[in-house]
Design a protein around this ligand. Sequence first.
Ligand SMILES: *Cc1c(COP(=O)(O)O)cnc(C)c1O
Length: 334
Amino acid sequence: MAFIKINKENFYHNLNQIALKTGSKEKIAIVLKDNAYGHGLILMAKLASEFGIKHAVVRKTDEAEQIEALFETILVLGDTVMNHEKFSYTINTLEDIVQAQKGAKVELKVDTGMHRNGIALDEVDEALTQIKEHGLNLVGVMTHFRSSDVLSSELFWQQKNFEEAKDKIERAGYKDIRIHSHNSAAILRSKHFTEDVVRVGIAAYGYNELDGTFDKVPLKPVLSLYAKRVSTRILNEGERVGYGGDFTASEKMSVSTYDLGYGDGWSRADVQHPFVIAEKLPILGRVSMDFIALASDKEEVCVMNDAQDAAKQLGTISYEVMTALHKDIQRTLL
Ligand SMILES: *Cc1c(COP(=O)(O)O)cnc(C)c1O
């Protein structure tokens, strides 16, 4: 089966770069949602913990449970609010408060302009009242920026709205709660980080999705994807490969089948624009469910070692290429 190599050194390099921005690694909350962006939840949680990261962020309670022993706090972004010693839950709507288990730790997500999730500014006071009434333990206030990756005034008005929300919370008497608004793009462009933690995902995995106007923080890809040779054959001129016979040999050539396909989460893409793998070979013809064809006879080929480059070819973003990779693909440490 195809397999993934995880480069621990590069991961630690990226975490060090982020720690330079936050001031310390204690301020990093590593985002491990969606199988740690396709890198493998448990593996990346262990590495992060070994590095000295104390805080993690996931989507669901069951992810939090799998890595519970490794962190001091785990923020769950979107699940039913439970009472747990280590887990805190995001309050995305007023209904979340009503359904919450008494005593649960919660962090109020304020919608400062993205309009995806979160409590509207004019609902913050109501949310605080309900949090008290339902006996919940407010431990954090957070927001998410919609455009932190581009140079525009957007980030600044969202930050201003966040200030207003924080004022309301302070006026309600809350003091010792953690404050966080930064994702990767926001921390990479930040010059004076003053909040308590940063929720960092993509940058830890090696990608800077900021546009070119910002100073580049040097980051290194952590994940690379390999496929193994299944069989090799000689094609004569005019013979065609795969479903629909979309690739035609223009001369006598050796072609091998490798064990990666769209069933593994690799993109089927567009046969008119053949994907060029990391070893500079184009995929020949259509991607099958479990196989691709390449003009190579190597036992193993590196299909991708830079998800941003791959994403450019595929018309998407690095996040999608990596999170699509199937959970069953074996991840090994380099
Ligand atoms: C996914 C997510 C992040 C991490 O975003 P990156 O761009 O990968 O750093 C941070 N905060 C929230 C609320 C998220 O959903």
